[in-house]
Design a protein around this ligand. Structure first.
Ligand SMILES: *[C@@H]1O[C@H](CO)[C@@H](O)[C@H](O)[C@H]1NC(C)=O
Length: 256
């Protein structure tokens, strides 16, 4: 009898410790990105917002995906044109991308419509000021549908939800080892935070965190399922907060 009671109690305690505590941010977004202390996102119709106080403030323009990090604020619009926020305005950047990421150490990266992966070195990334600036993207090996960079590695997923890591990325060598290494598991999207934490969402809407990630072990050790009461379609982590977008485009600000 006593033994049964203990067995029932343990799982509850375990879930209780790891469940997320969330508050809702008013408004609707289809995608959110948090990095370098900022939070940006886009609405289903493409309007762009940033969090200021507890309100979402609208920026000019329209994008389908936005990213903020050490590389600045970058995004792509519905026709896959790349843009960078310069002096409060979106300036077009040469190239076409389906998704760009500003999380690398002062470098931008992204994937195009054919799932080809690219990165832009620190000098071109930080120095890009609009037409006339140089922006020559470096093509990386492999095909990925989503690519996100952090301080020492980039992670991506391909069309089959397979997960890959590119180690050894630096401001001057944004391509890193140029060798995508396969990581077990299955995720639909993945995000690396400014401090190197790795979170992802699988096709069922479940949240996972990569445990044991460090500069000495960029690939980490295992995936941990992060308990949450509802399914999500997008997430981003920064400074202790996990930002979630659920299937109804509601925005949740969560801590563990
Ligand atoms: C996307 O951006 C390009 C370059 O700024 C612009 O010419 C184009 O009109 C934009 N497309 C849409 C659908 O807004």
């Amino acid at each position: 009898m006593k033994r049964t009671a203990v067995l029932f109690l343990l799982p509850n305690l375990w879930i209780g410790c790891l469940a997320l505590e969330c508050t809702t941010v008013s408004g609707r977004l289809k995608q959110v990105d948090a990095g370098n202390g900022h939070v940006f996102g886009v609405c289903p119709k493409g309007e762009i917002f940033t969090l200021y106080g507890s309100s979402l403030i609208r920026l000019p323009g329209q994008l389908k995906h936005v990213s903020v990090g050490p590389a600045g604020v970058w995004g792509v619009n519905s026709t896959n044109n790349i843009h960078k926020l310069v002096k409060g305005d979106w300036v077009a950047v040469p190239g076409l991308m389906r998704q760009v990421d500003a999380g690398g150490k002062m470098f931008a990266a992204g994937v195009n419509m054919g799932s080809v992966v690219f990165c832009l070195g620190e000098e071109a990334t930080t120095g890009y000021a609009g037409p006339g600036s140089r922006a020559s993207w470096t093509q990386l090996p492999g095909k990925l549908r989503y690519y996100s960079c952090g301080p020492y590695s980039c992670w991506g997923v391909n069309a089959a939800d397979e997960i890959y890591i590119m180690k050894g990325v630096t401001p001057t060598a944004c391509g890193g080892s140029l060798d995508l290494e396969h990581i077990s598991g299955s995720l639909a999207m993945i995000e690396v935070s400014t401090d190197g934490q790795v979170y992802g969402v699988n096709s069922l809407g479940d949240i996972y965190k990569r445990e044991g990630v460090s500069p000495c072990n960029p690939a980490g050790t295992e995936w941990r399922h992060v308990q949450h009461s509802e399914k999500v379609k997008h997430l981003s982590y920064d400074l202790g907060h996990l930002w979630l977008i659920n299937r109804e485009n509601r925005i949740l600000d969560c801590t563990e």
